[in-house]
Design a protein around this ligand. Structure first.
Ligand SMILES: [Zn+2]
Length: 173
């Protein structure tokens, strides 16, 4: 399901320009779970795709004006209906973690794959999101020597809170 470049098949691709090469000889051994919704707690729109492709209109919502300048991306997004969208090949470095560290290693973007769940810190994720997530995690673990599956809040404590208290870690393996 994950090809040699790190594209999931089948999967809708919306390629982000906000990617670059991982450092040479990087072993991808971490998956970072996030949540995102744009506008916050509004689901189903095109805001996330617009943000990750630098097309967010700052005039469309006050929150968009705050974040439209950001150059960010993630490898994957899982929408509320379970749809999987890929923005970057796993072989490339997506810009999802920001300032981060884990067990003494800095810059987690270098060696991680980012998965965004459409959601927020204040309500549960959907059943189909967990189903898609587990299918994706299983495929990624077959392709890469994943050792750590962590929340954004764990690698950027005090700065990030996602995936938040409603993410059920016992639902994934
Ligand atoms: Zn995050």
């Amino acid at each position: 399901m994950i090809d040699d470049d790190g594209f999931a098949q089948p999967c809708l691709q919306v390629l982000s320009p906000n990617v670059d090469a991982r450092p040479a000889n990087t072993v991808i051994d971490m998956i970072v779970i996030h949540n995102i919704s744009l506008p916050p707690q509004h689901y189903g729109g095109n805001g996330i795709m617009a943000l990750f492709t630098n097309q967010l209109d700052p005039a469309e919502h006050p929150y968009y004006a705050e974040i439209a300048h950001l150059k960010v991306s993630s490898h994957f997004l899982i929408r509320r209906d379970g749809e999987l969208i890929q923005f970057a090949a796993c072989a490339q470095r997506a810009w999802h973690a920001g300032l981060s560290s884990w067990q003494g290693r800095e810059r987690c973007n270098d060696f991680s794959i980012g998965i965004e769940l459409e959601g927020s810190d204040v309500e549960a994720f959907t059943e189909v999101q967990y189903l898609t997530l587990q299918t994706l995690l299983t495929a990624l673990k077959l392709r890469y020597p994943i050792k750590h599956i962590v929340g954004h809040s764990e690698i950027a404590p005090g700065r990030k809170t996602d995936p938040g208290p409603f993410f059920d870690w016992e639902r994934i393996v």
